[in-house]
Design a binder for this molecule. Structure first.
Ligand SMILES: [Zn+2]
Length: 184
């Protein structure tokens, strides 16, 4: 399977470590769930709303607009995938150390405190460090970055299409289930 990183980057707007993690999570999701089965066949439940989610939407086709991307607001770097046909369900969690700076550069922060003159050099160093981190995330064996846990399937309803009605008060078309009847 090849993932076109430049397309993912274009979709998200920039390349960052969070996006890189999302790319690897999506790669694992496709391996586990099959490559882009039918629309809405796979549902993603994302336990965070960071940059990684954009890579997941772009690569797996689980999107907010189709209703097969559901945000669970837990603030965790974990992503669940559920396949409707056989109810296979997994939770992919990012290993905590995946976010750590690589060991040889750990003195960076203390150096920055010591000298203001070296601020520019530190900035370059920090950029290089970030670059190195992304390269590592994009090339490391999946098992070093993430782990997969089997979970119980919890099937959400398929995306509903509601009719929209013009609201008598604001004049805007609104989903009928969100409108209220007031004084008749
Ligand atoms: Zn980003």
């Amino acid at each position: 399977m090849t993932i076109d990183i430049s397309s993912v980057q274009a979709f998200h707007g920039h390349l960052c470590p969070g996006l890189a993690i999302g790319i690897r999570v999506a790669e694992k999701a496709l391996l586990e769930m099959g490559e882009r089965p039918g629309d809405e066949e796979v549902v993603a439940f994302v336990e965070t709303n960071n940059c990684a989610v954009d890579a997941i939407q772009f690569i797996t086709g689980c999107t907010f607009g189709k209703g097969n991307l559901i945000h669970l607001d837990y603030g965790k770097n974990a992503f669940r995938f559920l396949r409707r046909s056989d109810l296979k369900a997994i939770r992919i969690r990012v290993r905590p150390e995946t976010w750590d700076p690589p060991p040889p550069e750990e003195g960076l922060r203390t150096q920055r405190m010591r000298s203001e003159q070296s601020a520019e050099a530190d900035k370059e160093k920090a950029t290089a460090l970030r670059r190195r981190r992304m390269d590592w995330i994009l090339s490391a064996p999946l098992a070093d970055l993430i782990e997969v846990q089997p979970i119980e399937a919890d099937l959400p309803p398929r995306a509903q299409i509601y009719s929209s009605v013009v609201c008598a008060r604001c004049g805007e078309r609104t989903m009928d289930i969100r409108l209220r009847m007031l004084e008749g």
